[in-house]
Write a protein that binds this ligand. Structure first.
Ligand code: ATP
Length: 133
């Protein structure tokens, strides 16, 4: 069976260089499935899960925004932060979510609230991807 190369990169360095049968990504306009030979495209990503299907198993990655570039033989994800499910510190993510929820309840200005909402989204995404294992 044909596979597609997958590179996930952040400013801190490569997070994963692997091969998959299929990649499922949460783009800003919805979820897309990418098989080998997919037409070239670039799309912005949501804070969400990237799923790498390999045979009967799936590797899940928490991706925090950024872009996906698809070419027929390689998928590149460029994100500010990305963590493989197995590298997620679940207790840290739960603490971050709790902190963000408490901060949202406290009186903050609109800009501060938007930043805290993003903190909460990242933490909730890490929890969701960890629980997909
Ligand atoms: P925290 O408040 O726990 O530091 P944060 O949302 O501020 O979380 P980020 O700014 O999104 O963290 O990420 C900073 C760095 O820490 C990145 O390299 C990211 O991959 C890593 N990181 C953040 N939270 C976790 C986690 N729960 N498990 C593993 N790595 C994490």
């Amino acid at each position: 069976m044909q596979t597609i190369k997958v590179n996930i990169v952040t400013p801190d360095g490569p997070v994963s260089e692997t091969e998959a049968d299929m990649v499922i990504a949460a783009t800003e306009t919805g979820e897309i499935g990418i098989l080998p030979g997919h037409i070239a495209m670039v799309a912005p990503l949501q804070i969400g899960a990237l799923r790498l299907k390999k045979g009967s198993s799936t590797e899940n990655v928490a991706v925090h925004g950024g872009f996906i570039e698809v070419r027929p033989d390689v998928v590149t994800v460029l994100a500010q932060h990305a963590e493989m499910a197995s590298n997620i510190d679940i207790e840290r993510a739960k603490r971050a979510a709790k902190r963000a929820e408490e901060a949202l309840r406290a009186k903050t200005d609109k800009l501060e609230a938007q930043l805290v909402e993003l903190d909460l989204k990242r933490a909730m995404n890490r929890i969701k991807v960890y629980e997909m294992k």
